[in-house]
Design a protein around this ligand. Sequence first.
Ligand code: S3P
Length: 173
Amino acid sequence: MKNIVLIGFMGTGKTVVGRRLARRLKREFIDTDAEIEKLMGKTVAQIFARDGVVRFRSEEELLVKKLAKREDLVIATGGGMVLNTENLLLLKENGILVALTASPEIIYNRVRGNNNRPLLMHGDMMEKIRELLHERENAYKAAEITVDTGNSSIVEIVEQITRCLLERNYITY
Ligand code: S3P
């Protein structure tokens, strides 16, 4: 069956929801940031600082090429993954895109204590979140299913996604 690909802004819950969803659907879970960290032996923040954003994006591209050939995965993508049209097309070819959303305030509360989000580390974090969200609004609209993660528990979000997938016959159990 097609992969289920979680897309969306930083702090919308792609990793936690993805891990739970994979367990619920008895599928393998892949987090693209974690895969790249494993591959390069560095954290995302270290990759941005030492190798630069361009290198990180090219690692994302390489990884998507590999993942798009596989099936039955739940994939949590990095927030910038679908800004690259080629990545988006590859992920769509063999996957159902599910966008997770949340308000800027909720995102801010979730990410502010975290120092592994290099794009938000400089300047006013709230302002940066609003600016990037605005820039990326359309990219995340590419998803077939959109779920707001602001006011629901992880279990509720997983159930909501599962229901949508069943209704559309993307999964059969
Ligand atoms: C990024 C999001 C991060 C990570 C990197 C860049 C982005 O992933 O890939 O810091 O451009 O939005 P999360 O969305 O998992 O935080």
